[in-house]
Design a protein around this ligand. Structure first.
Ligand SMILES: Nc1ncnc2c1ncn2[C@@H]1O[C@H](COP(=O)(O)OP(=O)(O)O)[C@@H](O)[C@H]1O
Ligand SMILES: [Mg+2]
Length: 220
């Protein structure tokens, strides 16, 4: 479970407040969306919720631990084992094949061989087995994004954080990505927090959180 208590975030000097006293919690197995206009603070909030960034004030508690109090080793281990990230840009390594990219997280944990079979299964599940030995530059945008989703899922994370994962895709590929997210949530009970400015995709979540100028204005 993730709890955000009185989260505020400031950037710059003099400090400019971007997020204002945000309180929310996300239960295990939930599929939550965070929506709002460009510049409303969605990405900033997601990075704080997911432990990629610290709040200026307030705290994030994940499974009973305050993320900003975890040391570097603890936070890396937590992210490697329990968290998957998907971004608008795929961030695949250009010199590695699809398979090698997907196997990066287990490789970091010394588990490359053990996860080889699962990587192939994920490629199959996402209907992209044909790109297994291709480099990112040899794939379409939709294929690249599905490879990056497979990489996010390889360790079967408890939490999946996605920042505009459909932002660079056409509507057909956007739908495919959303269907994959829904299926992971239903089948693996993965807790998903999806940031999107697209109301159609936002509605596909079980619960919608709306941000406006760094404040939660509504939660359905
Ligand atoms: N590292 C940063 N330094 C200064 N300002 C930032 C930084 N990151 C985000 N901001 C500002 O915070 C506001 C919210 O940004 P962001 O969270 O990216 O919004 P969204 O994802 O909803 O488009 C914007 O005004 C942006 O310019
Ligand atoms: Mg953003």
């Amino acid at each position: 479970m993730i709890q955000c208590e009185h989260i505020s975030k400031e950037f710059g000097e003099p400090p400019q407040r971007i997020l204002h006293d945000i309180n929310l919690s996300i239960a295990d197995g939930e599929f939550v969306s965070i929506s709002g206009r460009s510049g409303s603070g969605k990405s900033t909030l997601l990075y704080i919720i997911s432990s990629l960034d610290d709040p200026t004030y307030g705290k994030v508690i994940i499974d009973g631990q305050i993320t900003s109090k975890m040391n570097v080793k603890e936070i890396h281990e937590f992210r490697n084992k329990h968290v998957g990230f998907i971004f608008q840009f795929h961030y695949l390594l250009s010199e590695l094949t699809a398979l090698e990219n997907i196997l990066l997280p287990p490789r970091n944990l010394g588990l490359y061989e053990e996860y080889h079979e699962r990587a192939l299964e994920l490629l199959k599940k996402m209907n992209i087995s044909h790109v297994v030995n291709k480099l990112p530059s040899q794939m379409s945008g939709g294929e690249q994004q599905r490879v990056s989703i497979a990489r996010a899922l390889i360790m079967d994370p408890k939490y999946l954080f996605a920042d505009e994962p459909t932002g660079n895709l056409d509507s057909v590929n956007g739908e495919i990505v959303m269907e994959i997210l829904k299926e992971i949530n239903q089948q693996r009970k993965t807790t998903i927090c999806l940031v999107t400015h697209d109301p159609d995709y936002s509605k596909m979540a079980q619960r919608e959180i709306f941000l406006s100028d760094g404040r939660v204005v509504d939660s359905l």
